[in-house]
Design a protein around this ligand. Structure first.
Ligand SMILES: Cc1cc2nc3c(=O)[nH]c(=O)nc-3n(C[C@H](O)[C@H](O)[C@H](O)COP(=O)(O)OP(=O)(O)OC[C@H]3O[C@@H](n4cnc5c(N)ncnc54)[C@H](O)[C@@H]3O)c2cc1C
Ligand code: SF4
Length: 861
């Protein structure tokens, strides 16, 4: 930290209650968002209260320091990247302040996440209209900042159409309440010497001066978020300065509270997935589909579908797809009854068949089916980013919008343009309103490709202007597109934009360099021709990802790991709501050390350990991250290197050798159980290895499973063998589980075999003791090989142990034997489910009317 940083840190800390983080790790954690850009912040403040924001802005104004408000940091064009004091609203300022049913609005703090607001509104029969694909972690402050929109914008428009007013902090620290004004109130606001008054006067004058140009130059389409919203002030509506702040990307004012219109939730919805041979055929069908009055019409292309088939999370969701389509259109209808939505779908299908549009149609009437399909659509961006290798589908021209009737021709020309640059793109998005997301495959680590994006971007801008469109339909300008605003709107309006900025923010401290006065689009890239990441010697096999650094770089920053309402990923973020404890935070910290933003030695530093410590190795991210970041595996590797440097602590050793402990505990039971229940022993365990006394230990069992197994008399079997992989908990703590499994399998006619196996190795893997883990893996593969070779399956009851055979062994050992074992290892429920002949096995269930909840293991998900 520089001396200036230190004194600033002290002064800021003194003035507020929120968290103040100026350390180098926090800086790297906030240097990126979901875009291709990276700039190190001055520091990070996580305000607990509006006063923290106020004090920060006043201080920033005094020192002329830039300030950058941030929500979920899911922006795609770099608007949340900047050398500024970042204000992260997402951790604490996330309360719903008021719900007003009669007048149909909510008042919210800026850090409220869209899905969390909708979860609150759902039982009350309402929703927030705009629905971004990033709704699981994007905040209302961010939506206002970007003027976000979503799949249903054909009905609900953009965020601006739902903002009824807002409280803001202006660039000098003055507070203001913005909203629609009567003529009388406006006249009052125009008077006075405050910054707010000056802004009112200047905006009114600018609009009058530029009225004709505004009419002439603004693209005539709903999906325009590029530039500032001067056009809002020539409409026949009350003067409302909040409409200028919406979409201003944090460059004009900081929103501390917003009043938002809410919409009644549709009673019934139905979804039809229309399959097309090609992308252009799909888009050409738009006119016919739109004539049927859909609530949404969303496009997905083949590249995304192909990537989905390789994703753990999405492949299991994709059984609604028929054949191998070149493009899909997801069409949704709303209605007051099921009959009504079915009728609408049938009418559309008839119409499309009549015009020979589409070759197959999948109808989803049940909410669960629809949710599943929407998940695939919402995951499309992340899926594109799961492409392996350095050529990635990147966001820089990913958000153009053109009049919907011109979309087919626009896409044809776009495809041609990309072909001329020897690349292709992934296409998806909101075909209903002419806004399509296109991500060309580019390797930003090559200088020639960096130059290529600049040229493609310029040509796309020309194309967009030719088609009367906007460079951004919802994602915003940021660092990727702000430089086009002068061409897009012309020099006169661009000058007016600059004056808007200057009057709101005379010192240019609010998120500078966005919307106007932007740096070159290829400056500040996260990857660039100079980017280099150190490749480290790994103990696990990372060849599939292209090495350890590439595995870390798989994180594109889209932030799905910041969701809080569903799924497994990421429990530590869900508990802390801290960027540092998300998968994205961990990946960013590691990438910083590998690529020089932090010293390489930091890869094994104590601070890096803190960043990774709360990762539970649940593998939630492996299944749920659309970019397939596998942080659990990355952490295993990290721990090995960390302990190589710092030594293995007693606690890790003890947990790693759980099998030995359990074996001895079982032998010494009941004395061992008495000891572990003893308060003195508990206190000792707390002080030596940090286990809380509140934690009860699993009891040791004597006789153990092996004693029982070798003394029991199996019934006569059909000769079919199955190996029971007796994990150490089953063997030494809960033998009744192994006994039940054995008896069940024997009842099914199997001869159950126990082999002289050792610990699966999972405890060692999770504690970074890779050599011991590999030894266990090799031993188990060896003793199981004769059975595997004869086609005898291995069945286990403890998911984390059994799945080690299927997952980690492949990263620890080479050759066919582990592969073959993995193919023949099953959890007992999978095994039973797939039995070809159930034989005499019948599950008798009683109708008790009670609900049964199944809590599956994280590693199973
Ligand atoms: C996978 C994916 C899918 C997406 N899909 C969509 C989509 O369908 N539609 C869409 O519109 N966008 C989409 N986006 C872009 C982005 O997620 C949205 O625009 C979202 O609303 C941003 O929310 P956020 O909380 O992450 O905002 P951030 O990225 O944190 O901030 C966005 C902007 O708002 C400003 N800001 C944040 N808080 C405040 C505040 N309190 N006061 C003033 N300014 C503030 C920031 O400075 C920044 O300029 C997508 C992004 C991803 C990664
Ligand atoms: S493994 Fe689990 S806890 Fe660790 S980063 Fe992934 S989702 Fe989060």
């Amino acid at each position: 930290m520089s001396d200036f940083d230190k004194s600033l840190h002290r002064e800021i800390e003194h003035q507020r209650k929120g968290e103040v983080r100026f350390d180098s790790y926090s800086k790297v954690l906030y240097s990126t968002d979901a875009s291709i850009y990276q700039i190190e912040p001055i520091g990070v403040i996580i305000p607990r209260h509006k006063h923290d924001v106020l004090a920060t802005v006043k201080l920033a104004a005094r020192y002329r320091l830039p300030v950058l408000p941030r929500g979920g940091g899911t922006s795609l064009s770099g608007q949340t990247v900047g050398h500024a004091i970042h204000l992260d609203f997402s951790k604490y300022l996330n309360q719903i302040v008021e719900f007003n049913l009669e007048e149909g609005y909510v008042r919210v703090e800026p850090g409220v996440v869209q899905d969390e607001l909708n979860a609150y509104l759902r039982p009350r029969g309402f929703l927030l209209g705009p629905d971004t694909a990033s709704s699981s972690r994007a905040t209302l402050g961010g939506m206002i900042g970007n003027n976000s929109a979503g799949a249903h914008s054909i009905l609900y428009g953009k965020t601006i159409d739902h903002v009824l007013g807002m409280n803001v902090i202006l660039s000098n620290g003055e507070e203001a309440a913005l909203g629609p004004l009567s003529d009388e109130t406006l006249a009052n606001r125009l008077e006075g010497d405050g910054l707010e008054n000056r802004v009112y006067r200047a905006v009114q004058a600018l609009v009058e001066e530029n009225r004709n140009e505004i009419q002439r130059r603004y693209p005539k389409l709903m999906r325009r978020v590029s530039g500032y919203n001067l056009d809002e002030f020539i409409k026949d509506q009350p003067f409302d300065l909040s409409r200028m702040v919406v979409g201003s990307e944090g460059t004009l004012a900081i929103v501390t509270e917003a009043k938002l219109k809410i919409m009644p939730r549709p009673k019934f919805t139905a979804l039809e997935v229309v399959h097309f041979r090609s992308l252009v055929e799909a888009v050409e069908s738009s006119r016919e589909i739109l004539a049927c009055g859909p609530a949404a019409m969303e496009l997905l292309d083949k590249m995304i579908l192909d990537l989905g088939r390789h994703s753990l999370e999405y492949s299991r969701r994709m059984d609604f797809i028929q054949g191998d389509p070149g493009g899909l259109m997801l069409v949704e209808f709303y209605g007051d009854s099921r009959a009504e939505v079915e009728f609408k779908i049938e009418a559309m299908e008839r119409r499309l068949r009549h015009h020979h549009l589409g070759y197959a149609y999948t109808r989803a009437l049940e909410p669960a089916e629809q949710l599943n399909i929407w998940k695939v659509r919402k995951g499309s961006q992340g899926l594109l980013l799961s492409v392996l290798g350095d050529k990635k589908p990147i966001a820089f021209v990913e958000d153009p919008a053109v009049p919907v009737e011109k979309l087919p021709e626009f896409l044809r020309r776009f495809q041609k343009l990309l072909a001329a640059y020897d690349t292709v793109g992934g296409y998806y998005g909101h075909a209903s309103v002419g806004c399509v997301h296109i991500r060309p495959l580019i390797d930003l680590k090559q200088a020639s490709e960096v130059e290529k994006i600049r040229r493609i971007s310029d040509e796309v801008c020309s194309l967009v202007i030719e088609f009367g469109g906007s460079m951004s339909g919802e994602h915003g300008d940021g660092l990727a597109r702000s430089h086009h605003n002068e061409r897009l709107f012309g020099p006169v309006l661009y000058k007016a934009f600059q004056r808007v900025k200057a009057v709101f923010d005379p010192q240019n401290i609010l998120n500078p360099g966005k919307v106007v006065n932007a740096p070159g689009m290829t400056e500040n890239l996260r990857y660039g021709s100079k980017y280099q990441a150190a490749e480290i010697r790994t103990h696990y096999d990372f060849s599939h990802q292209g090495g350890f650094a590439r595995a870390v770089e798989m994180c594109s920053g889209i932030g799905v790991c910041r969701k809080t309402l569903e799924g497994t990923m990421c429990p530590s973020y869900m508990a802390t709501r801290d960027e540092e404890h998300s998968t994205r935070g961990r990946a960013n910290a590691l990438r910083a050390a590998l690529s020089g933003s932090l010293p390489l030695e930091d890869l094994t530093s104590k601070r890096m350990y803190q960043v990774l410590d709360l990762c539970l190795e649940c593998k939630g991210c492996k299944g749920e991250c659309p970019s397939n970041v596998d942080m659990a595996k990355i952490k295993y590797e990290f721990l090995v290197h960390y302990y190589e440097k710092h030594g293995v602590p007693l606690r890790a050793r003890l947990f790693a050798h759980l099998e030995t402990l359990n074996r001895w505990g079982s032998r010494m039971a009941p004395v061992s159980n008495w000891i572990l229940r003893n308060p003195l022993a508990k206190q000792l365990l707390k002080t030596t290895i940090g286990i809380t006394p509140q934690r009860d230990f699993p009891p040791f069992a004597r006789p153990n499973l092996l004693d029982w197994f070798h003394s029991h008399t199996p019934p006569s079997s059909s000769g079919r063998q199955v190996v029971l992989f007796n994990d150490c908990f089953m063997t030494y703590n809960y033998p009744e589980v192994g006994r039940a499994a054995t008896e069940l399998l024997e009842r099914l006619g199997f001869e159950v075999v126990l082999v002289p196996k050792t610990c699966c190795g999972r405890p060692m893997i999770s504690k970074g003791l890779v050599t011991e883990a590999r030894r266990c893996a090799a031993r188990n593969v060896e003793v199981l090989k004769p059975y595997v070779d004869r086609g005898v399956p291995t069945v286990g009851c403890e998911p984390s142990c059994l799945l080690t055979l299927r997952d980690e062994y492949l990263d620890l050992l080479k050759g066919d034997a582990p592969q073959n074992l993995a193919k023949q290892s099953f959890l007992i429920e999978e095994f039973l489910d797939h039995l070809p002949e159930p034989g005499n096995f019948q599950l008798k269930s009683q109708q008790t009317g009670r609900k049964l909840l199944l809590h599956s293991h994280c590693h199973q998900k």
